[in-house]
Ligand binder design. Structure first.
Ligand code: ZN
Length: 492
């Protein structure tokens, strides 16, 4: 009896100590200042007015260049002409950049623009892409997706948020930097790919190869990714700027079963479709393990001090609350995708005639890999889950490992973070994981410091318009982004 009593006593003490520790940690984890002084001298009201008058107009014009990603961008003659006229338009619109920067066309269509800095420091490489996804449901748009229409300070157009905003935002900022004769310490390189939406093999990959063959040292890369998110993180009153430190990998696995076919009037229950569907069923019921690790762990830890007290306690104490947090995150498909490798069957093939048992059945399972989950390991895991050697699993198409997780401090990250604090009031800056793809995946050999962040405020309406209908950008949203880039250039 005494032993039981003693055990309960110790458990009670332990629980009490845990709660005290959690409260203490929550209390110590106080918010820090979210302010940083702008390095860029504030624009005069005339300069700001000129910026607001022209920048969005330029973005509007840029969206009228219909550079739509197809599987084989280089063989597309319409894209070819449009891309070259877009290059010319850029030069005409940004005359100081045309005169003072070095312009190179890579692999016929991509652009590499180098603006020399005063120091010998490795360059800062800014990525953007000129192509967009198609807009098949254009009749549902408020204004035509390629009309470049600005209505009451809002531009409607495909590419307004992905990714002509980045290309034009950078060019606007660089042109104004030159116009104001602001000093540039570090060399700035702008790499604008032409096929990001179809993988970047012709554009980004060729640029990366070129940079390496020329042995051009790169300090860090800034690319598209998250922005300044408004009201998107639960429990957080502040806006939240997420800097993507890594992006998930991509692999499709082909599952194939071959069995004797025959007449459907006397079927063998162990036919190809039956074996495959049993396997797929096992796979559907399986989930890859969830990880609350960098960079996602950092997001919660660093946002915690600014959250309401319940969330603050939860996320300040991941040492003990991690299993609970994982359980909650696994509940939503988007949040689940940020903490684990996901898989889904996207293609099924079998049979060609209704009264013939098909001799083979095939499925393609698409997986998005969490950093650290390697292609070879997930393939092995899929085989283990299937546990049926009649189902042959193989890699279906070109695949990519998740990119390494970049450091959440040091050159690149620190300056982007400081520029966010200086230009977006009371915004919490946290690291994150990008669950879709960006051009960065083609630059892993160029530098291990890759930061995915765009300086534009995103509402949830903005977010759902990306790759959807009614993509838009407001005048203020865009002008603030241009000022951010100008300020960032001064910090490098
Ligand atoms: Zn994009």
């Amino acid at each position: 009896m005494t032993t039981f009593k003693q055990i309960f006593k110790y458990i009670g003490i332990l629980l009490g100590l845990t709660v005290v520790a959690m409260i203490l940690i929550t209390f110590i984890n106080r918010p820090k200042s979210l302010k940083s002084k702008p390095v860029l001298k504030e624009l005069s009201s005339a300069e700001r007015a000129e910026l607001e008058r022209t920048a969005l107009q330029h973005l509007g014009e840029a969206t009228t260049y219909r550079i739509v990603g197809y599987e084989d961008a280089n063989n597309d003659s319409i894209n070819h002409t449009t891309l070259l006229s877009f290059h010319n338009w850029l030069k005409k619109t940004y005359p100081l950049m045309a005169a003072q920067a070095k312009w190179e066309v890579i692999n016929q269509h991509s652009l590499l623009i180098t603006l020399q800095g005063n120091s010998k420091l490795p360059a800062a490489l800014f990525l953007g892409h000129m192509d967009v996804v198609p807009a098949p449901d254009s009749s549902q748009w408020k204004h035509g997706p390629f009309d470049g229409k600005i209505n009451k300070d809002t531009l409607w157009g495909r590419g307004a948020l992905d990714d002509k905003n980045v290309v034009i935002g950078l060019m606007e900022a660089a042109e104004r930097t030159l116009a104001k004769k602001l000093p540039l310490n570090r060399t700035l390189i702008f790499a604008f790919g032409h096929d990001e939406e179809t993988g970047g093999k012709e554009g980004a990959a060729a640029i990366a190869k070129h940079l390496m063959s020329q042995k051009i040292p790169i300090a860090f890369i800034a690319d598209e990714g998250f922005g300044v998110m408004k009201g998107i993180v639960p429990g957080l009153k502040n806006d939240c700027a997420i800097i993507g430190l890594s992006e998930k990998g991509f692999v499709s696995i082909k599952l194939r079963v071959e069995q004797l076919g025959g007449h459907s009037a006397w079927p063998n229950p162990e036919n190809a479709t039956a074996i495959l569907s049993k396997g797929l069923n096992k796979l559907e019921n399986y989930q890859f393990p969830a990880h609350l690790e960098p960079p996602v762990r950092g997001l919660f830890e660093q946002a915690a001090p600014y959250m309401n007290v319940g969330y603050r306690m939860l996320f300040s104490n991941l040492w003990i609350t991690a299993p609970l947090v994982k359980m909650v995150l696994k509940g939503g498909e988007k949040t689940a995708a940020t903490i684990r490798t996901t898989h889904v069957t996207t293609i099924l093939k079998a049979g060609s005639k209704e009264n013939v048992v098909p001799p083979y059945a095939e499925a393609i399972v698409n997986l998005r890999l969490f950093p650290g989950d390697r292609i070879a390991d997930v393939l092995k895991q899929v085989e283990t889950v299937l546990d049926d050697n009649r189902i042959k699993a193989s890699i279906y198409s070109e695949s990519k490992e998740a990119t390494p997780v970049s450091a959440s401090e040091g050159v690149g990250y620190d300056q982007i973070k400081a520029a966010i604090h200086a230009n977006f009031e009371e915004t919490v800056v946290v690291p994150g994981l990008v669950i879709t793809g960006t051009d960065c995946k083609n630059y892993s050999q160029v530098t291990d410091r890759m930061y995915r962040f765009v300086p534009f405020e995103f509402s949830s309406a903005n977010l759902s318009s990306i790759h959807g209908i009614n993509e838009y950008m407001t005048l203020k949203q865009f002008a603030n982004g241009v000022v951010f880039y100008m300020d960032l250039f001064q910090r490098l």
